[in-house]
Design a protein around this ligand. Sequence first.
Ligand code: KG4
Ligand code: ZN
Length: 300
Amino acid sequence: MTIILGLESSCDETAAALVTGEREILSHKLAGQEEAHRPYGGVVPEIAARAHVEVMTPLVAAALDEAKIELDRVDAIAATAGPGLIGGVMVGLMTGKALALAADKPLIAVNHLEGHALSPRLTDPDLEFPYLLLLVSGGHCQILRVEGVGTYRRLATTIDDAAGEAFDKTAKALGLGFPGGPAVERAAKDGDPKAVPLPRPLTGSREPHFSFSGLKAAVLRAQQSGDYAAEDIAASLQAAVIDCLIDRLEMQLEAHPDIETLVIAGGVAANNALRERLAALGEQAGVRLVAPPPWLCTDN
Ligand code: KG4
Ligand code: ZN
């Protein structure tokens, strides 16, 4: 049985896990850094990198411990090699390189987005290629056609901000706290999604891409006007972002009639309102929706 030790440190989550060639997760240790970044209302790269340094080796030890596996028994060491915050990426990658060198194991450099694209296969054994992937995080907003391991076609991407950034900047503007996405979702529960007339950038466009920077500006104007409650702005922003995501996905599902499965990944995939709309879209388009558990959608 092949066993891989995987390390991740590309943003504000440090993680170490042991996974088998049969896609079984033997152990998974994750440390967040929310408290360290909260005073700044966003992830501070320098603080993130230093926090990774502190917890990475204890997490590796804990992951090996939990799986009752010695480093010698591991067949290879994998680490996220980017894209991500460079200081953090270097911590995980250099830890991986050092372990690989010391234990005489191969090192596998993993593309961060490829990790998101393939990790849904860990909890859904029936997930077969090809599938359409909506990857929505704090740094990315893409639609990919996943043909197989190592074969991806990027069909759409954002021309400015990521979807998660729209949530994070809205939370900051409204003083809802950090991290922004869950705070906006909570506030939106008590708000009216139709209260604030926000744009739906690029929807209906023949260009397949996303744009969220105009939405961010519109949210700021609504907040500064003093005409709207924070809950209403949050609900309206959430509805606008989801409308954009659904519109662009509809376009791709039409263009790719052979696709039978739609997968979501990235931190924004934890959003329940989005999950509900995607479930409805899946039913309408006759495709199966694979929404991994939120802990597997984020950096891990
Ligand atoms: O994938 P991820 O953990 O990290 C990277 O950006 O790579 O994604 C984090 C993003 C943040 O922008 C966060 O605000 C957003 O995911 N997010 C959410 C929710 N939970 C996390 N956005 C909307 N609703 C949520 N419930
Ligand atoms: Zn990520």
